[in-house]
Each structure stands twice: as C-alpha cells, then as structure tokens.
Design a protein around this ligand. Sequence first.
Ligand code: SF4
Ligand code: SF4
Length: 189
Amino acid sequence: MESAVFTGNTVTQPSESLARVIEKESGQPVNRCYQCKKCSAGCPVGPVADLHTNEVIRLVQMGDTERLLNSNRLWLCLSCKTCQARCPNGIDTSAVIDVLKAMVFKQSRTPAERRIPEFYKSFLDTVNMTGRLYELGMIGLYKMRTKTYTEDIGLGIEMLKRGKLKFLPEKVKHLDQVKAIFRKGREKK
Ligand code: SF4
Ligand code: SF4
C-alpha cells in the first residue's frame, strides 16, 4: 500500500507524487528538468556531496524519498543559487532542498550531516537574542551542542587576538520586530 508523504507543512494523500508536493511547496517546476546537468557542472559542493544537483531533481521525479532524505547533499548546499542561474528551466535546487530538509525534521530523522543543523540553530538563536549575528555566542552554543570544545581552538584564539570576534553582543534597535519574525516562523511549524 502506498503511504502518505509527510512534508514540512503538509501531509499529502497517497496519490500525490513527491514531485507534485515539492513543486507545490518549493515553487520549482521540477518536472520540467530534462537532465542537462548544467546545474551540477556549476555547483561548488558537487565534489563533496553524495548526490549531484541534477540527481536530486531526478530522484524527486522518481519519488525516491529514502535516498533524498538520507543524502548529505541536503546539508552541504550553500544556497548560492548557481544552479538556478545555469538551469534552462530556472529551477532553484536549493529551494527544493529546503523542503527536503523540512521533511527530515518533520519525520524526526537523523540528518546525514549532524553538525550542520546544530550550526543553523546556534546561528538563529543568537539572531533571535540580539537581532543580528553574535559570533562568539554562536560559536559557544555550537560547541556545547556538538561537544567539540577544543576543535579549532587555535583558530579561535587567533581571531580574538586580531579583533575578529567581539566579546560582547550588540543588539539592534527594533529587536521586537526580529522576535516577531521568529514567533511567526514557530507558529507556521
Ligand atoms: S544553491 Fe546549492 S545546489 Fe545550487 S549550486 Fe549552490 S550549492 Fe549547489
Ligand atoms: S540545469 Fe535544470 S534542467 Fe538541467 S539538469 Fe539541472 S535542474 Fe535539470
């Protein structure tokens, strides 16, 4: 029996294909892809990812949720949009990947790259607290979450010496507006 597809915001009917769901949630016309591979040729993370950019789109067309959600490609994408700029159909693979990442969380799966989501969370926590990125706070939160206390310590000391990391955070004027954005995001989950 075909099972329902759980996505970031929607639980679809069994008859609804993964490609249709992804098209709806990402706004990307994945079914127009004809595998020319121009996206993959320009993707900066291609050499280290386990799937090429064109393969992500092909697997979406084929409905291979398992391979997609277990891929490290989801976490390595830089959202640089080179794929979209090169695609003759204007497909933004990073938008597709965003939907796939939401599916990983929604289904309580373990991300293929465990540390990267912890980095996202640490980044966003400091933005929520101060309205802008507070690097030292972000590094501290990330280190606690990943228990990588001593990793890159030499680099951190060097950055502090050169004044590249500020000790104290700076808050933006209208922090309440930033917090309202985060609240809305949480409500949408
Ligand atoms: S947005 Fe992601 S998939 Fe597209 S080219 Fe950049 S790194 Fe590659
Ligand atoms: S560039 Fe566009 S059409 Fe070509 S393989 Fe990539 S997504 Fe498909």
